[in-house]
Design a protein around this ligand. Structure first.
Ligand code: GDR
Length: 354
């Protein structure tokens, strides 16, 4: 049983986007560091998580919605967090063209609403600076904000040129964090994270789509894999490494923004070649380009300059691109083998791909 001193000293963290990949890894990381972790979900706890991976049972769920200001105030009042991580977003880039206004509301305005809730609950105004012990805020900014920039690699100083409603909404959120820091002196920071993946990545994103496709083809469940632009280049790292960086940003004395990425870029074609080669197959015999998967405006090339994170956070990714691809393909081989007789119910994310 915890002593009263342990109870008083236990830090509380509140995470939005708790059912996503990063919410899952961040919760594990903070629980292991001794935090009490709260995850915000929409609606009532059990129905809202239905069909999604249930967060770690040690995560306490609170009800709140990035679209609803008063629900955010209520959940911050209830939890009294030392740290808030805003990972909630409509995060699949192609959908943002179909639902541009919803994307702006959740992915962009949602950031402002969480910051406003924190400011109101903490009693911070332009003339009343935050006192010691005020909650710290982390915003999941994105390399998609760089979009069409001509500068490579991209650092904290690289100008933004977003290419999708998603990128535009993230850019609004990013500048809003900076503005709350400058206007109110709040400890609010953004991590500009490049693509980060894992075996629990959503099946719609290209890395997981490829790892699932390769596993299905290897096991004889499918013969082809439909993809869009094979020439796009991304800086892909392992999500577990990136959540460490988020926590390090909030542990500093000064609030500052940081780029997190590997500094190595690969094309989608290289990703595909590496994944198929891992199981001894030739990608050219299985991959079909489907023009309907091309985007109205593409981000052609992203490559991080993570030097500042290395110097000031001591952060460095531990998992290489090749290790990440092997980890994801191996995990999906196991998943599909175990559920091969009943994909629809045991691996619905797989069944929905075809
Ligand atoms: P991205 O990730 O848009 O970079 O955003 P995604 O994996 O969707 O696309 C990466 C690149 O692959 C190309 N591509 C395909 N993409 C998907 N999803 N499906 C395909 O079939 C396919 N074929 C080719 C895309 O055109 C693109 O160039 C991710 C998200 O997690 C964001 O939320 C996050 O902010 C950024 O990473 C950093």
């Amino acid at each position: 049983m915890a002593s009263w001193l342990e109870i008083i000293l236990t830090k509380r963290a509140l995470i939005t986007g708790i059912t996503g990949q990063d919410g899952t890894y961040l919760a594990e990381h903070l629980l292991a560091a001794g935090y009490e972790v709260f995850g915000m979900i929409r609606g009532q706890a059990p129905p809202a998580t239905r069909g999604k991976k249930r967060p770690n049972p040690e995560v306490r769920l609170v009800s709140g919605d990035l679209l609803d200001q008063s629900s955010l105030i209520a959940s911050i009042e209830q939890v009294q967090p030392a740290e808030v991580y805003n990972l909630g977003a409509l995060s699949y880039v192609p959908i943002s063209w179909q639902q541009a206004a919803t994307t702006a509301e959740i992915t962009g305005m949602g950031v402002l609403r969480v910051l406003e809730a924190l400011r109101i609950v903490s009693g911070v105004t332009a003339s009343q600076a935050p006192g010691p012990g005020q909650p710290r805020f982390y915003q999941a900014s994105s390399s998609e904000m760089f979009g069409k920039t001509r500068e490579t690699p991209q650092s904290e100083l690289t100008p933004f040129h977003p290419r999708s409603p998603y990128g535009v909404a993230k850019t609004f959120g990013h500048y809003t964090v900076q503005n709350y820091r400058e206007s109110y002196g709040m400890f609010a920071v953004s991590g500009i994270l490049f693509n980060h993946e894992s075996p629990v990545r959503g099946a719609e994103f290209v890395t997981r789509k490829v790892s699932l496709g390769v596993a299905a083809i290897k096991l004889g469940l499918r013969d082809t894999l439909q993809l869009g632009n094979l020439d796009a280049e991304r800086d892909w790292g392992f999500a577990g490494d990136y959540v460490r960086g988020m926590a390090l940003m909030l542990a500093r004395d000064e609030p500052e923004d940081f780029v997190l990425g590997t500094g190595v870029t690969h094309s989608v074609k290289e990703l595909v070649a590496s994944a198929f080669a891992h199981v001894g197959l030739d990608w050219r015999e299985h991959v079909v380009v489907d023009p309907s998967l091309l985007r109205p405006a593409e981000v052609d090339q992203l490559c991080a300059d993570p030097a500042k994170a290395g110097e000031k956070l001591g952060w460095k990714p531990a998992v290489s691109f090749e290790e990440l691809v092997a980890m994801m393909v191996d995990s999906d081989l196991r998943l599909l083998w175990d559920s091969r007789h009943d994909l629809d119910t045991k691996a619905p994310e797989v069944a929905s791909l075809w």
